[in-house]
Design a protein around this ligand. Structure first.
Ligand SMILES: [Zn+2]
Length: 88
């Protein structure tokens, strides 16, 4: 049986609960600390890690592109400066 993490919306208590596939979607669960019925199901570690990986890869790509763009601009500025000095 899959083990899921839940977080209570009322008190923030986090706990793990076994959820049978048949009852997945309407978990008859209540917070174990306060009994509140509104719970957020936290992502499984697998789902989190794959989503994080995708996000991290996209961020790294953007960061790299930005760094390259910035380096090009700096190089261009230096080039312009260089020519400007040569004119004098
Ligand atoms: Zn609670």
């Amino acid at each position: 049986m899959p083990l899921f993490d839940f977080k209570c919306r009322a008190c923030g208590h986090e706990f793990e609960a076994l959820v049978r596939p048949a009852s997945y979607g309407d978990p008859p669960l209540n917070c174990r600390a306060c009994g509140h019925a509104e719970l957020d199901q936290l992502l499984s570690s697998f789902a989190v890690s794959s989503a994080e990986k995708t996000r991290a890869a996209a961020a790294a790509k953007n960061k790299k592109a930005a760094a390259i763009g910035r380096a090009d601009t700096i190089a261009m500025d230096r080039e312009i400066d260089h020519h400007r000095h040569e004119d004098h």
